[in-house]
Each structure stands twice: as C-alpha cells, then as structure tokens.
Design a protein around this ligand. Structure first.
Ligand code: ADP
Length: 470
C-alpha cells in the first residue's frame, strides 16, 4: 500500500492542521480583542485629558480671556496626561490658537463645528492618529475646541511585534508537536505492526501463534489483539477438526477397501469352489454396503454444512411417529431380548418438522440404545410435553459412558471404544447426524450417562403454534 494513503500517515497531518487552525484562531482572537481594548483605553485617556484641561481652564480663566488662560498653561496641562498627547486649541471658527510641541498636529477641526465630542482614527505621516475633538461650550455654543491627538504608530508597532512573536511561538509549538507525534506514533503503532506481521505469517504457518498483549498496549490494541487471539484459537480448533476429519474418513474408507482387496486377491489366487466364491462375494457386498452407508452419511453431513439440504417442514403428529418408532425398536430389540417401553401422553402433539429427518434422529438414538445395551436389558422411549417444547427421551440400561466422553460424543467419527468391533456397524457419524438434524429444527440434544449403568439422550423440539388436544 502506498505510504501516503495509509491512515496512520494521514491522521497526524489532520491533527497538525487542526492544531494550526486552533492556534491561528487564538492569535487572531487575541489580536482583535487586544486592539479594541487598547483603543478604548486610549480614547478614555484622551477624553480625561480634555476634561482635565477644561477643568483647569475654568479655574484659571477668572480675569483672563478663556484662550489666554488655556494657552498659557497648555504645556503643563499636557504634561499631566500619561499619554503625552499633542494638543491643539482652536477657536470656534477653526483658527489654531495654540498647541503643544513644535508643530500643531494635523487634524480635521476645520470640518467640525458640532457641540458633541468627536473621536476618530485618521492616517498621519508616521502612522495612524487617534484624535478627540472636545468642544468647550460657553453660553450654549462652542467657544473653543480642544483637539487632543495620540500618535498610534508606536502602539501599532508593538502590536505587530507581539503578533509576530505569537506566530513564531505557534510555529515552534507545531514543530514540537509534530516531532512528538512522530515519536509516539512509532511507539503506538509498534504493537499493530507486530500484529500485522503475525497475521501475515498466519497465512503460511500451520500452527499459528497467538499475540502477547503488553501491559502498556492501548485499549484498542488490546481489543484487536484479543479478537485476533480468539480467532486464532477458533481457527486452530477448526484446522485440528478438519485434519482429524480427513484422517478419520481416510481410515474408515481404507479399512473396508483393504478387506475387499485382500479377499478378492485371495479368491483369485487359490482356485476356490463355487460356494467359497459366493461367501467372498457376500462378504464383499457387506463391505461395499458399509462404505455406501458411510459415504451417504458423509455426504449428508457435508451437504448439511453447506446448507444444501432443504428441510421439508410439515405439520407432524409426534405421538403417531413415536408409536411407530416404538414398534420398529421392538422388532430390532427382539434378537437381544431387550424390552422397549413407551411412555407417551394421550395429548396429541403437533410439530413443524421434516418427518423423514426426525425419524432418522430417533432411529439413530434407538439403534444405539439397543446396540449398546446387553441382552435382556431395557430401553425406554418417552415423550414429555412442556410449555414451549416437547422432550423425547431415549434411555437404556446399557454399558453407559464415562463423563469425559459426553462433550465429544456428537463430534464426527467420535467413538468411545476406538478399537470397537467393526461388525457392530458403527462409524461414529450417527450422533453427529442427530445433532445436525435437531439443530436444523431449532431444537437441542443432550446426553447423560453413567458407565456400566446406562445412558439417556434427550431431544428438545419447539412445539408448533397450536396443539390439538385429544
Ligand atoms: P456409532 O455409529 O459408532 O454408534 P454414534 O455417533 O452413533 O456412532 O455414536 C458415537 C459413540 O457414542 C459410539 O461409538 C458409542 O461409543 C457412544 N454411544 C452412543 N450411544 C450410546 C449409548 N446409548 N450407550 C453407550 N454409548 C453410546
């Protein structure tokens, strides 16, 4: 991936841009506020200077014409103001009577003859000027005008220097921030880089390793790493199961094929009579049907995994099905003299189910119960109605199982007795098929068993909306 398009490379630039915008906004705000504040203060001082002078004029003017008393004391009066403004005293007609400094400050008095105080900023030769025109009212009309002017060029320079200083500081802060971010980004992304490397290796490694989460990792990295670890554990389990499955399938198919081959070769090598050849053919047929069943079961499971077996869901009277299965189980159990009991309530239970598949579930369980129960034992088939579901229980007084087998019993090819007699027909797929069908009906199947005492399989199936009462 191009470095420039990587999110980790683009994010810091956005951060920097955001910080630059915030800093520029801050400087602009400060500059505007400060300028307004200073101008207000200058205006206030210009006004108080004018008021001050007028106040003294009142005191001094006794016996003198007003302008004489004012002009005579103007330098002293001007020196009292902290701003040291330049002052011009004008007559009402606009004639300059006296002023401070060497030259009178240029002003716009000529255009002004109002009775109100006027204040404005004008452009001077050196820079901007702030001028206050203060009319001295006598008998209701302005007799004199005090023009108090402050040169703002020094203030402007100071403001410019301060703003420049702030901008330089901003640039230093931005540079510092960029360096810091680059440094810390490297530290923060180290864990992600490590994780990426590990994920890349996962493609090639058969046994993937999990990611060690450091104490210093950020919560995002911890979350990502633990999701990765969980995924890896699931993947490892699936891989293990798939390998086991392939090994089991190979084994299950190889055994009957070896027998077929051996017997056929033997029959061909030693010239046998007709009866011996017939026996070989019968035995071969048995192996072939065993393989066919196995392949059928495998096909059913793999199609089921792929969702390629559509269930034909219909309303199904469970009582009728159970009674029919009980009858079949009795026939199967006759050879071992096993008693098959039935506990079925009179209430008619209706289910939404695929009747063929459901039959397969209970036949598998009943066949197992009979298969793993010694002669003269007993098997019980019972139906219990609950509020939301029905429970079909198949219990036997057979060989039972240790509790450590119960968790794996529904896995494909799992058999408690791995060396069991091949002639019992078991391939370890029966219960896997049971589980798949029950799951597809939104039900569940559980097992409880005690070694040497017997087992009990319970299938829970959701009830259809209406249940017809007998
Ligand atoms: P199998 O075709 O070998 O019976 P299943 O998937 O039906 O395959 O059963 C898996 C294993 O579970 C069996 O090999 C057997 O060891 C054990 N099992 C199943 N049902 C019973 C039972 N009723 N009593 C004791 N063991 C059982």
């Amino acid at each position: 991936m191009q470095g420039s398009t990587l999110l980790r490379n683009r994010l810091p630039y956005w951060n920097l841009l955001f910080l630059a915008l915030v800093l520029s906004g801050g400087v602009f705000f400060w500059h505007t506020e400060r300028q307004q504040h200073d101008l207000n203060q200058i205006d206030h001082q210009l006004l108080s200077t004018a008021q001050h002078i007028t106040f003294f004029k009142e005191k001094l003017s006794s016996g003198f014409p007003a302008q004489d008393s004012l002009c005579g004391n103007l330098p002293e009066l001007s020196a009292l103001s902290p701003l040291a403004p330049s002052i011009v005293v004008s007559s009402a007609q606009g004639e300059t009577l006296c002023f401070t400094g060497n030259d009178p400050m240029p002003h716009a008095k000529e255009d002004y003859s109002g009775q109100d105080i006027s204040i404005e900023t004008t452009a001077g030769a050196q820079g901007p000027l702030r001028t206050l025109i203060y009319p001295v009212i006598k008998a209701g009309t302005p007799s004199l005008y005090l023009v108090v002017t402050k040169d703002l060029s020094a203030h402007k320079k100071a403001m410019r220097a301060a703003t420049l200083l702030l901008f330089v500081s901003g640039i230093i802060i931005l540079t510092f921030f960029a360096i810091l971010q680059r440094k810390f980004r490297g530290c923060r992304l180290a864990a992600i880089k490590q994780l990426t490397l590990l994920m890349d290796q996962t493609n090639t490694e058969i046994r993937p390793s999990t990611f060690q989460i450091a104490d210093t990792a950020t919560p995002e990295v911890t979350e990502l790493a633990s999701s990765y670890n969980q995924m890896m554990t699931r993947r490892a389990n699936n891989l293990r199961r798939a390998k086991q499955f392939t090994a089991d399938v190979t084994h299950e198919l190889r055994t009957p094929l070896t027998i077929l081959r051996g017997e056929t070769e033997l029959a061909l090598r030693n010239g046998r009579d007709r009866e011996q050849l017939r026996q070989v053919l019968v035995s071969n047929l048995e192996e072939i049907s065993r393989m066919s069943y196995l392949i059928e079961d495998l096909l059913l499971l793999s199609k089921g995994d792929l969702g390629e077996i559509p269930l034909k869901m219909e309303r199904q009277n469970l009582n009728e099905l159970i009674i029919e299965l009980h009858h079949q189980a009795q026939l199967l159990a006759t050879a071992k003299n096993i008693k098959v009991e039935l506990h079925c309530p009179e209430n008619q239970i209706t289910l939404q189910a695929d009747s063929l598949r459901l039959r397969q579930v209970f036949l598998n369980l009943l066949t197992n119960a009979i298969k793993y129960t010694p002669d003269n034992g007993s098997v019980t088939l019972s139906l219990t109605i609950n509020d939301k579901d029905v429970a079909i229980t198949i219990s036997d007084t057979g060989i039972g199982m240790d509790s450590d087998h119960l968790e794996a019993i529904f896995e494909r090819f799992y058999r408690v007795d791995k060396t069991g007699n091949r002639n019992d027909g078991g391939s370890g797929l029966g219960l896997a098929i049971v589980k798949w069908i029950v799951d597809a009906h939104q039900g569940s199947v559980t097992v409880s068993s005690t070694h040497g005492e017997g087992s009990q399989f319970t299938v829970l199936l959701p009830r259809a909306q209406e249940t017809a009462s007998a």
